[in-house]
Design a protein around this ligand. Sequence first.
Ligand code: COA
Length: 164
Amino acid sequence: MRIAVYPGSFDPVTLGHLDIIIRASRLFDKLYVAVLSNSNKRERYFSWHERVEMLQEATADLPKVHCESFQGLAVEYARSRKAQAIVRGLRAVSDFEYELKLAEANRHLAPEIETVFLMTSHQYSFISSSIVREVAQLGGNIDGWVPRNVAERIAQKYGPRREE
Ligand code: COA
């Protein structure tokens, strides 16, 4: 059975992430999506629990996808799920350097696990969780950037969108 994990901070999950999840789930028999901690990012907007719930709601119609959280190394998580691969999305050249370091470090830690990169579909290439949060906080329109359930959560947290 081909199993992969897709780790990330997902604060919150965007349509760009969902695009990667849908496409990766076609390549593997099982895809575990996990909220992991990124120690470079100190500030958190949604709790672990909220982030996992948003992922679960957004992927409810994808039977091969399981969403959860994990504390520890991505490779340990992959091993715990008996995964052969770690999936990551690449949006632009600027992602490459960071992702290369991550993939090399992970390969060093767990040579048996391959990192598989998928190119994010071009319509989502500029979206990031922090852009979503910033635009939402300032009352901008984030329709088309996040799944509907996430837009609803954001509206609850930051208040409804201001109309001009
Ligand atoms: N669509 C939209 N946005 C995307 C995206 C896509 N396809 N791919 C990445 N992004 C954005 C995210 O929204 C996020 O934006 P932000 O910086 O504004 O929040 C950014 O790109 C990167 O996010 P993400 O993919 O969630 O990864 P991350 O860099 O936050 O997390 C971990 C990386 C969690 C996988 C990594 O830190 C990790 O493995 N941690 C566990 C500990 C460990 O093993 N460390 C590594 C040892 S070498």
